[in-house]
Every structure is written in structure tokens, then in C-alpha cells.
Design a protein around this ligand. Structure first.
Ligand SMILES: Cc1cc2nc3c(=O)[nH]c(=O)nc-3n(C[C@H](O)[C@H](O)[C@H](O)COP(=O)(O)OP(=O)(O)OC[C@H]3O[C@@H](n4cnc5c(N)ncnc54)[C@H](O)[C@@H]3O)c2cc1C
Length: 525
């Protein structure tokens, strides 16, 4: 994928697009894949980098959602478990089965969680990932050697899915492009155009040059997640806000705190949420919180109370407790929680997501979760087809393999995450063995991945490469700052830029990366 080619497609296009999708997160890219795979002409516009919003900041789970089980919302759990299986089938290189242990400190807990997780499995039916098991105390300690021993009565073992969110997103962007969608990052939409009070297109800016474009479409889909009210206001300045943003913090630690490869799940923390500690790329991700915030920001920061809460809760369940100095990275995502909607079409859908169509035909889709992005897209495109009186083409994503699909990607070692693309990255290394050098002793990434991302994945900034094409910033913020000069130089050479460009990239990246250091907390107002 080459960005200039995408821009040229927009420049030279004379026909009206079937769909313009605003927002390059899981929801928007999912809609672009779905619509393009049905044979529609699609333009996707993202204001920053693909996945810059919530979609690179999740807990990295492909799951049914234990909290919905507690709320007795069984159909939602069942649907998500089906989507979990579809995603595993179509993105086998990215979704892996992960074992989780729920430690139990009373027989009541053991019975309650044991029964709950058996039921979770039952709901999955033929889509199950493996049977849950009730463990003795000794078995629990064997699987979670660092778990708190005092009063431990045993545990429950169950299985769910785990993935790399930003990597899946990039592979979905590539899938959309392979299905003929035009996909553009750094293209903020600043105006919706109308004809007889109905939206007929958008105005957007190329954030790199400032050039402005007008693009016309039969239907405009607003898939801007926690930012969707700002786009709804472009359609109707007086519309009632539907999003109540809430942030979730994750802390990243060395894997020594969970050395067995099993994840830890605490079903009910002090604030009534679920807390996970999950192995991820050789580290442990622990989270999350649920803190209402005034506005959605692209680079949200953790509050001191949130960091303390996670440290304390994790510490309650681990013998060797992680301390503040052990935090390698802090990352924060904003939930697009829907507070109300007077949608004419939402009521029909008993789902976790909301689809709203306003008086000017702007179709907004928000809420939901990563796991159900495909189903959200299917519902959205179905609604959009009706709204735009477009040909009724059937959804084709149930069996559509996602870019990079391959069965045995573990054979590619540290490059496994790229699936079939790993072969091509290996070729880059064969051509120039220096590119095989690791970027940092603590991390699995090598220089060839920076070349690959710059050349073929529309990475435009150092942050794109270190935060979302590789996950260096999310795994170890200090290491990210250390390797930034070297990474900037590789990118500069690859993109033919000058030293001023590299210096500016470095400066911008370090400013963002500081937010991922545990000492850079925000003050609660
Ligand atoms: C803390 C946390 C943990 C989570 N964990 C999980 C999990 O483990 N599993 C799971 O299934 N789900 C999880 N979720 C839910 C999941 O991450 C989100 O539902 C999903 O990522 C939302 O995607 P989105 O595309 O709607 O929003 P986003 O990813 O935020 O994408 C919206 C995009 O729109 C862009 N945009 C905004 N305005 C404009 C404009 N004017 N022009 C162009 N572009 C614009 C933004 O830059 C952004 O990239 C989690 C969510 C949170 C907050």
C-alpha cells in the first residue's frame, strides 16, 4: 500500500463513491472490508494513523466478555464467542488460544466461577476454544507459581483468544485495499457536504501537505468511535451527544511476574470490574480501569489513582508484587460508551453496538468491541445499503481470509505476527543482513520491520512504526525512546527524507512516548 497512490486515486476519481467511511479504527476498517468485499466502491479516511484511537489500546482479548455473563446478557456473549471463532479461523496468524486461570480464595468462589465458566463454554458450543477445568490448590500453584498462596482454595482454568490489535488492524486495512477499497491515513474530515439537506460527501485535508479535497458518496459512515459526536455535529450542530467517554489504563511488566505463560483473571476487583494479567509479546499486560473523562483525546494519559489501583489490585493476587519502578509502559484507551440514542434503527438490534441514522442520512456506528468488529460491520453495511437504496449484495466476510493468513506462522519465530508476510520480511534480511539486527535486547523487533512498515504499510511517522506497526512503545517506553534515533534514521533513508525530517520525527515521538512512562500521570480535575 502506497499513500501517494491512494491520494492519486482520490484526485482522479470522477464517479461518486458508494461509501465513504470516516475513522480508521476497528469499526471503520471493518466496514471498509465488508463493503469492499461485497463489491462496493469505498473510500476510508483516518485523521491520524490507522489505529491511533482506541483500536491499538485494547486489552488484546478476543473474547465473549465475562462481564456480560454477570449481567445475564447471554445472547451477546454467544454472539461474541461465535465472532471469536470466525476471527480465529480467518486470521489464524494473529489470534491465538490463551489459557486463563481464575484463582479462588473460598469454596463459594470456586463453585460460582467454576459454574460461570462452564456456562461460558457451553454458550460457545461448537465454537469452543477448550473445556474449562476446576483446579486444586496444587494445580493452581503449578500453573500460576507467583499467585498469592494465603487462603488459596484452587482455581478455574479456561480458554479465550488473544491478539495484537494494531497488527490485526493493519492487516484489515490491507484486506480492504486488496478488495479494492481506497484507504488513507492522515486525512481528517472537517466538513460534510449536503444536497437538499442530505449528506452527499465530505471535505477532508491531506494532513501532510494541507491540500483540501472534496469527495462525494452515496452514503457516509461515521465510525469515529469515542470521537463520533464531533462528526455528528458536522451534520447537525445541535445534535445531542451520545458518547460518555471512559478511559481504561493498562500497565506493562516483565514476564517474570507471570512466568508460566498462563494469564490471570480476577472476575471482580474493588471497583467491580474484571482485571486481567496477560502474557503479550514476552511481557505482561495488566488492566484495566474504567474512569469517566470529560472528552475523548487521541493521546489520553493515566491518572495517578488508576496506576495505584492496578498496582494494588495486581499486588493483592501476586506473591512477588510488581512495584512502580517495574512498569515498562502505561497505555490508555477511551471506551466509546453510548449513553443514549434516539436512533430509528438501534432498537431493532439487541447488540452491544449502536447504529444511528440522523435526519441528513449520516450513519453513525459506535460501541461494541474489537471481537465483534466483523458483525458490527455487517449490520452497518446492511443498514447503509437500505438507506442508500443500493443493490442488496450479501455480506462476504464470514469466510474471507484476512491479509497475512497462514496456518503455521509460529515457524516464522519473532516474525510470526506477520503471517505470510514474514516470508517477504525475511527476503529483505537476506538481501541486506544488517536489517536482521535486533533493535533492542529487550524486544523481539528488527530493523527490517521498520523498512517493511515504511515501504508497504503506509507508516508515515516514527510513532506509526514504533507504536502500531511494531509495538515497541506499548511494550517498553524507555526502550522505545532509546532506539528512536536509530529507527528514525532507518525510516529517513527508506523514505528519502533529510535530517531535518528525522530530527522533527524524533522530537515529536519523544513528546508522545513520555506519556507512556509511569511518572507522567495526569491530574484528576
Ligand atoms: C481499555 C479498553 C480495553 C479494551 N479491550 C478490549 C478487548 O480486550 N477485546 C475487545 O474485543 N475489545 C476491547 N475493547 C473495545 C475495543 O477496543 C473498541 O470497541 C474498538 O477499538 C473501537 O474501535 P473504533 O474503530 O470504534 O474506535 P477507534 O479505534 O477510536 O477509531 C476511531 C478513529 O476515528 C478517527 N477519527 C476521529 N475523527 C475523525 C475525523 N474527523 N476524520 C477522520 N478520522 C477521524 C480517530 O482518529 C480514530 O482512529 C477495549 C476498549 C478499551 C477502551
Amino acid at each position: 500500500m502506497i499513500r501517494l497512490e491512494m491520494l492519486n486515486r482520490v484526485r482522479t476519481r470522477e464517479e461518486v463513491w458508494d461509501f465513504i467511511v470516516i475513522g480508521g479504527g476497528a469499526t471503520g476498517v471493518g466496514c471498509a472490508v465488508d463493503a469492499a468485499a461485497r463489491g462496493f466502491d469505498v473510500l476510508l479516511l483516518e485523521q491520524n494513523d490507522f489505529g491511533k484511537g482506541t483500536s491499538s489500546r485494547s486489552t488484546k482479548l478476543v473474547h465473549g466478555g465475562f462481564r456480560y455473563l454477570a449481567q445475564a446478557n447471554f445472547s451477546l456473549v454467544k454472539e461474541a464467542l461465535q465472532e471469536r471463532a470466525i476471527l480465529k479461523k480467518n486470521a489464524a496468524h494473529l489470534v491465538r488460544k490463551q489459557s486463563f486461570i481464575v484463582p479462588c480464595y473460598s469454596l463459594r468462589q470456586k463453585f460460582f466461577y467454576g459454574a460461570g465458566l462452564k456456562f461460558y463454554n457451553l454458550l460457545a458450543g461448537k465454537y469452543g476454544f477448550g473445556k474449562s477445568l476446576i483446579l486444586s490448590k496444587a494445580e493452581t500453584l503449578g500453573k500460576l507459581p507467583n499467585v498469592r498462596r494465603k487462603n488459596l482454595r484452587g482455581g478455574i482454568l479456561y480458554f479465550d483468544g488473544q491478539f495484537d490489535d494494531a497488527r490485526l488492524l493493519i492487516d484489515l486495512v490491507k484486506t480492504a485495499n486488496e478488495q479494492s477499497a481506497t484507504v488513507l491515513n492522515y486525512a481528517p474530515v472537517f466538513q460534510l457536504t449536503k444536497n437538499e439537506n442530505k449528506i452527499d460527501g465530505v471535505k477532508f485535508r491531506d494532513a501532510e501537505t494541507g491540500e483540501e479535497f472534496t469527495a462525494k458518496a452515496k452514503i457516509v459512515i461515521n465510525a469515529t468511535g469515542a470521537f463520533c459526536d464531533a462528526v455528528r455535529e458536522l451534520s447537525d450542530a445541535k445534535c445531542e451527544k451520545i458518547i460518555a467517554p471512559s478511559q481504561g489504563v493498562h500497565l506493562v511488566f516483565d514476564e517474570k511476574f507471570l512466568p508460566s505463560g498462563n494469564a490471570l483473571m480476577i472476575p471482580k476487583t474493588g471497583d467491580g470490574r474484571v482485571l486481567f494479567a496477560i502474557p503479550w509479546h514476552g511481557k505482561i499486560v495488566v488492566g484495566t480501569t474504567d474512569t469517566p473523562v470529560e472528552t475523548a483525546e487521541l493521546e489520553p494519559r493515566a491518572f495517578e489513582e488508576e496506576i495505584e489501583f492496578i498496582l494494588q489490585t495486581a499486588g493483592n493476587y501476586l506473591q512477588n508484587q510488581p512495584q512502580r519502578d517495574d512498569i515498562l509502559s502505561v497505555f490508555v484507551g477511551i471506551r466509546p460508551l453510548v449513553k443514549s440514542s434516539k436512533s430509528k434503527s438501534t432498537a431493532a438490534l439487541s447488540r452491544d453496538h449502536t447504529i444511528e441514522i440522523d435526519g441528513a442520512n449520516l450513519l453513525t456506528v459506535t460501541g461494541g468491541k474489537w471481537t465483534t468488529y466483523r458483525r458490527m460491520a455487517e449490520d452497518t453495511v446492511n443498514q447503509a445499503i437500505e438507506l442508500g437504496n443500493l443493490p442488496k449484495k450479501i455480506c462476504a466476510t464470514q469466510d474471507l481470509k484476512i491479509h497475512g493468513f497462514c496456518e503455521n506462522s509460529e515457524a516464522f519465530g519473532d516474525l510470526a505476527i506477520y503471517g505470510a508476510d514474514a516470508e517477504k520480511i525475511r527476503e529483505l534480511i537476506e538481501e541486506n543482513p544488517i536489517l536482521g539486527e535486533k533493535l533492542h535486547a529487550d524486544l523481539p523487533y528488527c530493523a527490517a520491520e521498520i523498512v517493511w512498515a515504511t515501504r508497504f504499510e503506509m507508516a508515515r511517522t516514527l510513532e506509526d512504526v514504533l507504536a502500531r506497526r511494531t509495538r515497541v512503545l506499548f511494550l517498553n517506553a524507555r526502550a522505545a525512546i532509546e532506539i528512536a534515533p536509530k529507527a528514525a534514521e532507518i525510516m529517513r533513508r527508506e523514505s528519502g527524507e533529510d535530517e531535518n525530517w528525522a530530527n522533527k520525527q524524533l522530537e515529536d515521538f519523544v513528546a508522545v512516548a513520555r506519556n507512556y512512562l509511569s511518572e507522567m500521570v495526569a491530574k484528576k480535575s
